[in-house]
Design a protein around this ligand. Structure first.
Ligand code: FA5
Length: 373
C-alpha cells in the first residue's frame, strides 16, 4: 500500500482509513475514473455488512463491473494517453480492493465490540449468591450423631419400609396393641406369602432388632432416621425423625442409662442439665421410663417453654425386655441392656425455640433462612 503525505484527511474517519486516504489524496486525471472512484467511496460508506461489500466488489470490479467496463475506452486513446489511463486505472482498482478489505476489517471490529458490549463482564463483583444452609433437623441430627460418636456409639440405620415382625412382634408389641391399629400405622402392603405385613416404620426401635440379629453383644449403637405415623397437629406430623440408643453388655444398669442421658443432654445444650425418669410403659423395655430434662431456658424456675414445670419431656427409655433378647437370640440371663428413643424434631424445636412442629416441614424459606449453620 502506498503511503500518502497528507497524514489522512477529514473523510478518513468516515470510511476505511488508509485506503480512502489514498483515494482522496491522489485523484486520477481521467474524469470517468475520478467519477467512478467517487461513486465507489459513497457506496462503500453505506455498505454495512460483508454481503453488501461483496456486492460492491462485483458491481465495480467484477468481469462485467463498472470499472472493468471503463477499460474498453482505452481502445480509442493515443498510446501516451492509454499509458496514463492504464496506470490510473490500476491504481483505482488496487485502491478499491484495499478499501473493501479495510472496510471489512472495520466492520468485523465493530461487530466484535458490539458482541463484547452485550457480554456480562465476568470480572464485575456481583451481589453475593445467597448461601444455602442445612435444614435445622439435619443440623440437629448431625449434632446428636457427633455427641454420641464422641461417647463411643456407632451410628446404624434401617429400612423405612419395615417388616411388621421387626417393627412390632420382635419388640414384644402384641398383635392387638393399639399402635398396630390402622389409625396409627401406614401399612404398605397387606400380609404377603410369609404372613407378615410391611409397614412404614413407626419408630426407630426396629433398628435395635436388626443390630442385635447382626451380631453378638456387646452392642453400643444409635440409629437416626425418618419414621411415620398417622398423626397430624401442631406437635405431631405424619413423618418425623427419631433417634434410638441401644447399649447391651454384661451388667448394664439403669444407672448407666441415666449417666449417658445426662452427658448427652449436657453436651447438646452445652450446659449441665439434670435428667429425671418417670415410670412409663413401652412393651420392649422393663422397667420403662419417660425421661425429662431440666428446662434449659429457665433452669427449672418455670417458663412458657416448660409450661412452668421446670422440666421438658424428651422421650422414652428403659431396660431391654427379656422377650426382645429372646427374639434376637441373646440370653437375658447373660446380658442386660438399655434403650432410649426420642424425637429429633422436638429437640430441634427446643434448641431453636420453634413452637410449631409443622413449620419444620412446610419448606417456607423465610422460616428456614433463620437457621444458617
Ligand atoms: C417411641 O417411639 C419408642 N420407640 C421410644 C423408645 C425407644 C422407648 C426405646 C423406650 C426404649 P414414643 O411413641 O413416645 O416412643 O415416641 C418417642 C418420641 O417421638 C416422642 O417423645 C416425641 O418426641 C416423638 N414423636 C412421637 N410421635 C410424633 C409425631 N407424630 N411427630 C413428631 N414427633 C413425634
Amino acid at each position: 500500500m502506498r503511503r500518502w503525505p497528507c497524514g489522512g484527511c477529514r473523510r478518513l474517519r468516515v470510511v476505511g482509513r488508509v485506503a480512502e486516504a489514498a483515494l482522496l489524496c491522489s485523484p486520477p486525471v481521467d474524469p470517468r475514473l475520478r467519477a467512478e472512484r467517487e461513486r465507489f467511496i459513497e457506496a462503500a460508506r453505506k455498505a454495512d455488512d460483508d454481503a453488501a461489500l461483496y456486492a460492491l466488489k462485483v458491481e465495480f470490479l467484477g468481469k462485467k463491473g463498472s470499472l472493468s467496463k471503463l477499460r474498453s475506452v482505452m481502445r480509442d486513446l493515443s498510446p501516451a494517453e492509454r499509458k496514463a489511463f492504464g496506470r490510473d486505472f490500476n491504481t483505482v482498482k488496487d485502491e478499491i480492493e484495499a478499501l473493501i478489505d479495510a472496510r471489512r476489517k472495520e466492520l468485523a471490529k465493530r461487530r466484535r465490540a458490539e458482541e463484547l458490549a452485550r457480554w456480562e463482564d465476568v470480572s464485575v463483583v456481583l451481589d453475593p449468591v445467597p448461601r444455602g444452609a442445612l435444614h435445622i433437623v439435619t443440623q440437629t441430627w448431625r449434632r446428636l450423631e457427633r455427641v454420641f460418636e464422641n461417647m463411643g456409639f456407632t451410628v446404624h440405620d434401617g429400612p423405612h419400609v419395615e417388616h411388621g415382625k421387626t417393627n412390632f412382634d420382635d419388640l414384644n408389641i402384641p398383635p392387638d396393641h393399639p399402635a398396630r391399629d390402622m389409625q396409627d400405622t401406614f401399612f404398605v402392603v397387606p400380609p404377603t406369602d410369609d404372613g407378615w405385613e410391611r409397614v412404614l416404620r413407626t419408630h426407630t426401635s426396629p433398628v435395635q432388632i436388626r443390630t442385635m440379629l447382626a451380631g453378638p453383644p456387646p452392642v453400643r449403637v444409635v440409629a437416626l432416621g425418618q419414621v411415620y405415623r398417622r398423626d397430624d397437629d401442631a406437635t405431631h406430623t405424619p413423618m418425623f425423625h427419631q433417634i434410638e440408643g441401644l447399649y447391651v453388655d454384661r451388667d448394664v444398669s439403669m444407672a448407666d442409662l441415666k449417666a449417658t442421658l445426662y452427658h448427652f443432654v449436657s453436651a447438646v445444650f452445652e450446659t449441665d442439665l439434670d435428667v429425671r425418669f418417670r415410670p412409663s410403659f413401652f412393651p420392649f423395655v422393663e422397667p420403662g421410663a419417660e425421661f425429662d430434662v431440666r428446662c434449659p431456658f429457665c433452669k427449672g424456675d418455670g417458663c412458657s417453654v416448660c409450661k412452668r414445670t421446670g422440666w421438658i419431656e424428651l422421650g422414652g427409655s428403659g431396660m431391654v425386655h427379656p422377650a426382645v433378647f429372646e427374639a434376637v437370640g441373646y440370653d437375658p440371663e447373660e446380658v442386660s441392656g438399655w434403650a432410649f428413643g426420642f424425637g429429633i424434631d422436638r429437640m430441634a424445636m427446643l434448641l431453636h425455640g420453634v413452637s410449631d412442629l409443622r413449620l419444620l416441614f412446610d419448606g417456607d424459606q423465610r422460616f428456614l433462612e433463620q437457621f444458617p449453620c
